[in-house]
Design a protein around this ligand. Structure first.
Ligand SMILES: [Zn+2]
Length: 319
């Protein structure tokens, strides 16, 4: 492997406009377009993705065409490894091969987006109210143990978090990186949601409803909190700490309209399912004593989130 393709690629990439670059990333879903790449179904850290030219613009570059220009039709988003591979073997990865792979990937991304990015497929037919859709999905998905699933779920149905946030009107940023370069850019520790209110913010950490709430028994009539509960509690407090430390820097870099006021942010941890746990009295007492003693972090279980929503839905529909 010589350095030649690098030397040729860099000046060309600089000529990409930021709009074309952003549009290419959006159409690819922030994923590599190479078939079956490990990053073709999961968005990686954006730093490993590159916008590659399908037809080269400079003589000697892979798939050179003197009539080529830089636009959305002539670029493909690839991870760094696949970018190297396609440029090293332009005879195998021809213009038509790359265009077909790129279009297939964009099509798959578009259909995933249409389904609300749900790993479990389309929304149930015939239900339109987002509250009812969320409740219906909870009734069939409450045993899903993937945290990623629930993060996507709340991103899709922010109304469910509004109930947790005590009815205040919050704007939600999903998968926010606190301590990063900007309010929603990469580079810091990941927080599942940052809810922004006109006068404050709330940090929200989402675990799975299947995560246990209690651990082992400790001396007769007390139980220890579970590893997941302790971990989630430390995670959200750590994110809050970083957020407080970096708030001044983030605000200094943000546009005036995008600045955020932070005063003693409240933290929320959504975890577990009390109905499924069916605790005895001793276990319930241990769990309640523990969660009430957690200063600054409100622990809410998934069944509590959805029973609150059900009451809200019934009130709205007059049931
Ligand atoms: Zn790849």
């Amino acid at each position: 492997m010589t350095d030649k393709p690098h030397q040729l690629r860099r000046p060309l990439q600089r000529r990409l406009t930021s709009q074309t670059r952003a549009a290419a990333f959006a159409l690819s879903g922030g994923m590599c377009s190479f078939p079956n790449c490990e990053w073709s179904t999961n968005p990686p850290d954006p730093a490993i993705l590159e916008v590659a030219h399908i037809q080269g613009l400079m003589p000697g570059s892979p798939r050179y065409n003197e009539a080529a220009s830089i636009n959305l039709d002539n670029v493909i988003v690839l991870c760094a490894s696949h970018h190297e591979i396609v440029d090293r073997h332009p005879d195998r990865y021809t213009t038509s091969w790359l265009t077909a792979a790129r279009d297939k990937h964009r099509h798959e991304v578009a259909s995933r987006l249409e389904r609300g990015f749900s790993p479990l497929g389309p929304e149930p037919a015939g239900i339109e109210n987002p509250l009812s859709v969320a409740l219906h999905r909870w009734s069939t998905e409450s045993d899903v143990s993937s945290e990623e699933h629930w993060q996507q779920f709340f991103a899709r149905f922010p109304v469910c978090l509004a109930a947790v946030l005590q009815g205040r009107a919050y704007e939600l940023l999903s998968k926010c990186y606190v301590g990063g370069k900007s309010w929603n850019n990469t580079g810091g520790s990941v927080l599942d949601f940052l809810a922004i209110h006109s006068t404050n913010v709330a940090c929200i950490e989402i675990k799975a409803p299947t995560a246990p709430l209690l651990g082992s028994q400790y001396r007769g009539n007390t139980y220890l909190p579970s590893r997941d509960l302790l971990g989630g509690w430390l995670q959200v407090l750590g994110s809050r700490q970083t957020l407080l430390q970096s708030a001044a820097q983030l605000n200094a870099r943000a546009e005036p309209g995008a600045r955020v006021t932070i005063t003693d942010p409240q933290c929320f941890l959504i975890i577990g399912n009390l109905i499924e746990e069916s605790f005895d009295e001793t276990q319930t007492a241990s769990f309640e004593l523990y969660r009430r003693s957690l200063r600054d972090v409100t622990v809410v279980t998934f069944d509590e989130v959805f029973s609150g929503l059900e009451m809200l839905r019934n009130a709205i529909e007059g049931i």
